[in-house]
Design a binder for this molecule. Structure first.
Ligand code: HEM
Length: 176
């Protein structure tokens, strides 16, 4: 049961915010993918600038979009028939959103000062030993996951999550 069913106009407002934040998140990921590609394949000046931009400006907008998507999704789930753990498509999206936000904080953020320093070194014509090939994985993982979440949102597959209580499992089956 929904905690408090949102009025249609209020639900639409939250849904707009939810879709905008999901779109912004995907957009930031596309920018990251472009910066990583320029960092790997551009000329020296472009490479230095790409790594400096990547190391300086990416994590905050990405995390903000991810958290707004999470909060608006929580409001929509709790304020509607969908719930949070009642339908597989919502529960899976909740898990994916939490995992991605955790990865931004735990796996991406700590490496960013090193990426910025690498960019500054490249711009100054110095050598730097950072393994930049690994930077391809965050946008690939995130864009794949967010695409999956978008597909789940539109198709809403797999139906309800069945909850087996001990009482239900122990109850005798009614004769046909
Ligand atoms: C992982 C990133 C997410 C993306 C890319 C995403 C994307 C979307 C999109 C595009 C819609 C609109 C679907 C439509 O109207 O047909 C939607 C709706 C919805 N999303 Fe998400 N979402 C995400 C995370 C979440 C989370 C974490 C939750 C819940 C905790 C959630 C709950 C919902 C609900 C309940 C709706 C339906 C709202 C309604 O029509 O009443 N979403 N989502």
């Amino acid at each position: 049961m929904a905690l408090h069913t949102l009025r249609p106009a209020t639900r639409k407002m939250w849904l707009v915010l939810h879709i905008l934040s999901a779109g912004a998140w995907i957009g930031v990921d596309v920018i990251v993918a472009v910066l990583v590609a320029v960092g790997l394949a551009g000329d020296e000046r472009a490479r230095g600038l790409a790594y400096q931009a990547l190391g300086s400006f990416v994590v905050l907008p990405m995390l903000t979009a991810g958290l707004v998507c999470l909060v608006t999704g929580l409001v929509l789930g709790l304020g509607s028939k969908w719930g949070l753990l009642r339908y597989w498509w919502v529960a899976v999206k909740l898990t994916l959103n939490l995992v991605l936000c955790t990865l931004i904080l735990v796996a991406l953020n700590p490496g960013m000062p090193g990426v910025r320093a690498h960019g500054e070194a490249v711009s100054a014509g110095l050598t730097s030993s950072l393994d930049t090939a690994n930077l391809m994985f965050p946008p690939i993982v995130s864009l794949t996951t967010l695409s999956l979440a978008t597909v789940l949102s539109v198709y809403k597959p797999w139906g309800r999550i069945r909850r087996f209580s001990a009482a239900a499992a122990a109850a005798p089956r009614s004769p046909r």
